[in-house]
Design a protein around this ligand. Structure first.
Ligand code: C5P
Length: 402
């Protein structure tokens, strides 16, 4: 998919640099040529030998090297690429970019480049949140520098928060998007729902679930990478909005349904949200108080089924409607039943029993149920599931009419 594309990869000095080795592998697998530049600090984290071996190219790093400059000057280095990727992009390198400093080869290449630049930041959460870093990022964004991540989670420094470099496959997807993607869904419109919904009980409490939005967001990212105009209707999540995707943020199931209907017509709808089945019949206008008479009764009413509603639209039903089935037993049989009940075309069934780590985790094992039968997919990351689903959707829809 990246056949013949030339990526200039700048590795700066952060612990996340070890993931850059995997990133190189993933890019090479997809047919890209990767030319590496390492900062001096990057040498403290990964060896130039590893980087050079994986890239099958020499590592550039010295602005003042006579041989480097005679063979491949920093100007040419920056121009002979389809995309410049900085992964990891440390707080220091981001500051250097924002200030336009060219004191080393990485800085000089970035300043001299006329190519699009994608950064994958990685740093401690406090460094990420610092106004200096945020101001630098705003400067870069205003200049059109693209960004993937960072994600929230455990950080190498032992703290928890935003600052983990995006995973290599997320960076690959971002690169594919930057390079125009495969274009297989160009001219198509896609709707994806993602995340949980939040059903209020009173002004401070709500009913919800543990959905992270990881799978839905990854699907939206993949469809956008394939060139589809993608609308992502999402409940509250910590996931970054994928580049190139139009986010409609909602809270309740009713809002999610309204936003999904407003997105029509689309060619494909993928309903990956974990919609609360019920909501409280009457939302208390004031915070419910303990009044000594025991717990309040909270009668529930059923929420609209978004998947079923979209599947049964008369005039503007999407050509392809895909639902999910999170099951803890009889996964495939329940999914077959659900497909018929909901009226959708495909169901992606997955086992979410405790111990599988699917909910909130990074991996998923899918059984795709359609009218023809069942396709068992091997265990893979949620990004790989998204990629495979996007490919399947592109095949099913075929090229858009011009
Ligand atoms: O009925 P169940 O919740 O198991 O169905 C799961 C599928 O239906 C998912 O695709 C989910 O996004 C969708 N769904 C929906 N609206 C609801 C409930 C589920 O779109 N109210």
């Amino acid at each position: 998919m990246l056949d013949g594309r030339r990526i200039l990869l700048i590795i700066s000095g952060g612990i996340a640099a070890y993931k850059s080795l995997d990133l190189i592998r993933r890019l090479r697998e997809r047919g890209a040529a990767v030319r590496p530049v390492m900062t001096a600090a990057a040498h403290q984290f990964v060896t130039p030998l590893s980087v050079a071996s994986l890239c099958e190219d020499k590592v550039y790093g010295d602005l003042f090297s006579l041989t480097d400059e005679s063979e491949m000057g920093h100007i040419r280095l920056s121009r002979e690429a389809d995309l410049v990727v900085v992964a990891p992009a440390t707080a220091d390198l981001i500051a250097q970019m924002a200030a336009g400093l060219a004191g080393d080869l990485a800085g000089a290449v970035l300043l001299a480049s006329d190519k699009r630049v994608l950064i994958a930041p990685a740093m401690n959460a406090m460094m990420w949140a610092h106004p200096a870093t945020q101001a630098n990022l705003a400067t870069l964004a205003a200049r059109g520098v693209l960004r993937v991540g960072p994600n929230a989670g455990d950080l190498a420094c032992g703290e928890v928060g935003a600052g983990r470099m995006a995973e290599p496959l997320e960076i690959v997807e971002a690169i594919e998007r930057c390079l125009g993607g495969a274009g297989r869904l160009a001219g198509r419109r896609a709707l994806v729902t993602s995340g949980p919904t939040r059903e209020p009980i009173d002004p401070v409490r709500y009913l919800s679930n543990h959905s992270s939005g990881k799978q839905g967001h990854a699907i939206a990212a993949a469809l956008a990478a394939f060139g589809a105009e993608t609308i992502l209707v999402s409940g509250p999540t910590h996931e970054p909005t994928p580049a190139g995707v139009k986010l409609v943020a909602v809270e309740t199931a009713s809002e999610m349904l309204a936003a999904s209907e407003a997105a029509l017509p689309v060619d494909v709808a993928v309903m990956a949200a974990a919609v609360s089945d019920w909501r409280v019949a009457t939302v208390a206008p004031q915070k419910l108080k303990k009044d000594g008479k025991g717990a309040p009764a909270l009668p529930l009413v059923e929420n609209p089924d978004i998947l079923a509603t979209i599947s049964r639209r008369r005039n503007d039903r999407p050509a392809l409607v895909v639902g999910f089935a999170a099951e803890t037993a009889n996964v495939v049989a329940n999914a077959q039943d659900k497909r018929l009940r909901k009226g959708c075309d495909w169901i992606l069934a997955n086992d979410v029993s405790p111990g599988t780590g699917t909910f909130g985790g990074d991996r998923n094992t899918i059984h795709l149920v359609d009218g023809a039968g069942v396709e068992d997919w091997p265990a893979m990351t949620k990004h790989e599931v998204a990629q495979r689903l996007a490919e399947r959707i592109a095949t099913a829809l075929g090229p858009a009419a011009r």
